[in-house]
Design a protein around this ligand. Structure first.
Ligand SMILES: Cc1cc2nc3c(=O)[nH]c(=O)nc-3n(C[C@H](O)[C@H](O)[C@H](O)COP(=O)(O)O)c2cc1C
Length: 440
């Protein structure tokens, strides 16, 4: 019997020119206004997805990759997703939103107040995708922390935010009409936090959403400190891994061990794997697409290197295609998961030239033999169902822009099949985003 799984949407590349470089740009939506995104998230809610995670990068990046990022609107410009979220909440009723917040850029007091407010405005549908990227530090006059120090700062950030969210827990919100007293200051937690990265006084100037009302915490980091952070703090781990039973089981075990080491339980955290299927209408079409991708043109290789360069904050387009990449060119802030993604099946960069890595990335494969993600909706559903059954998988996060065309392409046929098989919810409860994640 198939098990119900959780599904979400990673709003990859964020609040920027949706559809640029694709034919569907000609649908003539204006990416700077809310209608496009509102239409998209209504469809995602109708499809039964638990949450949307808008990606964000505050910075346009370094001089080295600046043009690569904006030339094709690949990594910028990006508008602030936090400003968009209230419009998305207004267009929906059940689906949650966990916009990206950088623990180095938004002070914990400010974020705690913003998200306490959003929780009330949305009936508990807010979350935070807490990230540790340090490349925007220069825009704030801050030093770039090391990778691990950025995680230490994120740990302190979340501790402070939680203290603020609970600074009214002592019964300070009285709202007693008989005595005409709204709140009682003596019951507020007027703490003073002095840590390594933050000095913050409580209490929070916002009424928390309730004792169980903390926004859902999402984390995407896959390194040792990233997994430890998730184990200690997260409700959702946005997991990037090879989607084999073996890898999914191993990743889940690492997260669960990290949670248990922190006195939490494996059930406290949903591990949702990033998944980007390419759904086609027949097996023949799938085979044709896969065959055509085996010998990519120079133009395709170039486009792949541009995209990878933007993601990896490292200009690969200037390197010799016929030599292996020296891994020292990647700064320590670069996501280990993204580097692993470039390596593909290889264990180290010595094993292949840059051209071979790019060709491997360009090659598509069939979902049926585990060589890729091209398949019919039935085949994709088989794959999803099997990972639930064989790897005890909690679910998936689809990844793509928030253009209605992308959403329909991904979900039109898949949703009814997953529902018929009992893998995708048919209705929501009333528990906000936290409820969505714990309905089953
Ligand atoms: C799936 C995924 C999504 C991410 N989303 C963002 C994001 O929206 N904004 C950002 O600044 N960093 C993002 N990151 C980067 C992480 O926050 C982190 O800085 C990076 O993964 C390095 O940490 P790690 O070595 O623990 O993976 C993302 C990483 C992954 C794997």
């Amino acid at each position: 019997m198939a098990r119900l799984q959780h599904f979400g949407w990673f709003f990859a590349r964020g609040f920027g020119p949706q559809g640029w470089g694709h034919p569907y740009w000609e649908w003539n939506y204006d990416w700077r206004t809310p209608k496009l995104y509102q239409q998209a998230v209504r469809e995602l809610e109708q499809a039964g997805l638990d949450l949307v995670i808008p990606e964000d990068a505050i910075s346009l990046g370094t001089d080295e990759t600046l043009d690569l990022r904006i030339r094709s609107a690949y990594g910028g410009p990006k508008h602030d997703p936090l400003m968009l979220v209230p419009y998305l909440l207004d267009a929906t009723e059940k689906i949650g939103f966990a916009p990206t917040v950088n623990a180095g850029a938004t002070p914990p007091y400010l974020a705690a107040r913003q998200f306490a407010t959003l929780q009330h405005l949305s009936g508990g549908r807010a979350g935070i995708n807490l990230v540790t990227d340090v490349k925007s530090a220069r825009h704030f006059g801050l030093d770039e922390l090391s990778h691990d120090a950025a995680y230490d700062r994120a740990e302190e950030w979340i501790d402070v935010a939680r203290k603020l969210w609970h600074s009214w827990d002592g019964g300070a919100h009285v709202a007693d009409r008989a005595t005409n007293r709204f709140a009682d200051a003596s019951k507020l937690d007027r703490f003073s936090h002095e840590g390594e990265y933050f000095r913050v006084d409580g209490p929070l100037n916002a009424v928390p959403f309730g004792p169980e009302g903390d926004p859902v915490i999402v984390s995407p980091g896959g390194s040792g400190p990233g997994l430890a952070f998730a184990g200690r703090n997260s409700d959702v781990q946005l997991a990037l891994a090879r989607l084999t039973v073996e890898d999914v089981v191993a990743y889940r075990r690492k997260i669960h061990d990290a949670a248990i080491a922190q006195g939490r339980s494996a059930q406290d955290i949903k591990v949702l794997f990033v998944f980007k299927p390419e759904i086609v209408s027949s097996r023949e079409e799938a085979d044709r697409i896969v065959a055509a991708s085996q010998t990519p043109s120079d133009e395709v290789i170039r486009a792949i290197l541009e995209g990878q360069s933007s993601d990896l904050e490292t200009d690969l387009t200037v390197l010799d295609l016929d030599k292996p990449v020296d891994p020292a060119i990647f700064g320590q802030h670069v996501s280990r998961g993204t580097i692993k993604g470039l390596l593909g099946k290889h264990e180290s960069f010595e094993e292949a030239t840059l051209r071979q890595l790019a060709v491997a990335k360009a090659r598509k494969g069939r979902i049926t033999d585990g060589s890729g993600f091209v398949g019919t909706a039935d085949e994709i559903a088989d794959f999803v169902e099997a990972l639930g059954d064989d790897a005890d998988n909690d679910g998936f996060i689809f990844s793509g822009d928030l253009h209605p065309v992308t959403i329909h392409r991904t979900l039109d046929e898949l949703v009814p099949i997953l529902r018929r098989r009992g893998v995708l919810r048919t209705e929501f409860g009333d528990g906000g985003l936290r409820g969505n994640l714990t309905d089953f």
